[in-house]
Design a protein around this ligand. Structure first.
Ligand code: GLC
Length: 425
């Protein structure tokens, strides 16, 4: 039997997104909200939040399972802590959330029939995923479930690599939990798998698993970490554009889970600028918080995301409704586009005159995006200068000038070099 027949699809209706999706058109339809959303909140929450030493502490400190699992008797977040997360996400201008339902440590935040190592059957005594879902919905947020395939707690989690009976038990467990997550919480928007060690996609039976997911949740978006491309790619801790849908996930400091000693916070400027870069190249930005064991959000995350939200208040439309932007070259600004309008996001304010090189189109009109105040400009063959600007940066994070052009704005840096050669002879 050919692989396509195995997947129940003919070569014609398969797409490059992987074997369990239907058509490109269907994927575009399912993903429309996600592209517009652009900016989401990642939440890493689990027993590692009690330790406060990074979510890999169990592995990296060599903590035995019997010792680590005692943390489940201490982990009892304050009721409905997730409401504050959803409110902060909304304040920051985010449109969706993705929470760890089970991280590598194996502890489940949801109610599962398949293990007692889960929040409802331990100290918390309640389903933390249900609280998260309720919180996200009440703030109008789309939501997703992060689920780690790798499991340091399950007795077959490593054995499965070289013992077929263990693999069978473990894969049944994993598929069973994914089924629970896709059955017990109503409509789920995103399934965000992580680390598929130690099996291959065939070993995980990822195709079968994802077909089941799509039967239960027809509109769900699935990431690429079950080893199949599916709907989107997930560059981690850096921004990298792909020709297929992508989402860059990133920490605000250097840890995903709560790490009390990590004070290496990114500034609100850096975060907004990263979001602008993702927007320019049509990707999403999934930015993480690592709540403390009681569910409270570390104060620096609150402050930084609140400042991000202040910038988003004035600029959300530029982020959520953007076309791909080919203009990229500048050391002091970045760019986004809507149809024929180029938005120049000035990071390092140059003073009264701001110039960009190599713009191929004629500028018809320019204005300060926030105030609507017209901006004068002079355009030469390879340079456009915006003049009469305030001496000091009106917005310390990024001041935006809107330049309406006579066609889709594009930039040609090579042309400038050729021009210079002409000038020099
Ligand atoms: C890595 C890490 C993990 C984190 C994830 C987020 O896979 O192992 O701790 O959850 O990245 O993308």
């Amino acid at each position: 039997m050919s692989p396509a027949a195995l997947w129940g699809q003919t070569p014609q209706n398969r797409n490059d997104g992987g074997p369990t999706t239907s058509t490109v058109e269907d994927r575009n339809r399912r993903m429309q909200w996600w592209h517009e959303a652009r900016f989401g909140m990642f939440i890493h929450f689990g027993l590692y939040s009690v330790l406060g030493r990074h979510e890999w502490a169990m592995e990296q400190e060599g903590i035995p399972v019997v010792e680590y699992q005692l943390l489940a008797q201490q982990f009892n977040p304050k009721p409905h802590a997730a409401r504050a997360w959803a409110k902060l996400a909304k304040t920051a201008g985010m449109k969706y959330m993705v929470m760890t339902t089970k991280h590598h440590e194996g502890f489940c935040l949801f109610n599962t029939k398949l293990t007692s190592y889960c929040a409802p059957k331990q100290a918390a005594g309640r389903d933390l995923v249900a609280e998260y879902v309720e919180a996200a919905r009440s703030e109008g947020m789309r939501f997703g479930f992060y689920y780690s395939l790798m499991d340091w707690h399950h007795p077959d989690g490593a054995l499965c690599a070289h013992d077929e009976a263990a693999r069978r038990r473990f894969v049944d467990y994993i598929h069973g939990q994914v089924r629970e997550l896709c059955s017990n919480y109503g409509k789920v928007d995103v399934l965000w798998y992580d680390v598929n060690w130690p099996l291959t996609p065939e070993g995980w039976e990822s195709e079968k698993m994802n077909r089941m997911v799509r039967q239960l949740q027809p509109d769900i978006l699935i990431n690429n970490r079950s080893g199949i491309p599916e709907d989107f790619t997930t560059p981690e801790q850096h921004i990298q554009a792909f020709s297929t849908p992508w989402e860059s996930c990133m920490t605000m400091n250097d840890s995903w889970g709560y790490q009390r000693a990590d004070d290496d916070w990114k500034s609100s400027k850096t975060i907004v600028r990263n979001l602008i870069t993702c927007t320019r190249d049509q990707g999403n930005y999934l930015l993480n918080i690592g709540p403390k064991a009681d569910g409270s959000i570390p104060q620096p995350s609150i402050e930084i995301l609140t400042m991000v939200g202040q910038w988003m208040d004035g600029h959300a439309d530029l982020i959520h409704r953007a076309d791909p932007c080919q203009v990229k070259r500048s050391e002091f600004a970045n760019f986004t586009r809507q149809r024929n309008t180029l938005y120049i996001h000035a990071y390092f304010w140059p003073g009264e005159t701001l110039a960009i090189g190599g713009l191929q189109q004629k500028v018809l009109a320019a204005k300060m995006y926030n105030t609507g105040q017209p901006v004068k400009f002079v355009q030469e063959e390879f340079r456009v200068q915006f003049t009469g600007l305030p001496a000091a940066a009106p917005d310390p994070i990024a001041t935006v000038i809107a330049a309406e052009c006579d066609g889709e704005p594009t930039q040609d840096q090579m042309a400038i070099r050729i021009h210079r050669e002409r000038e020099s002879v």
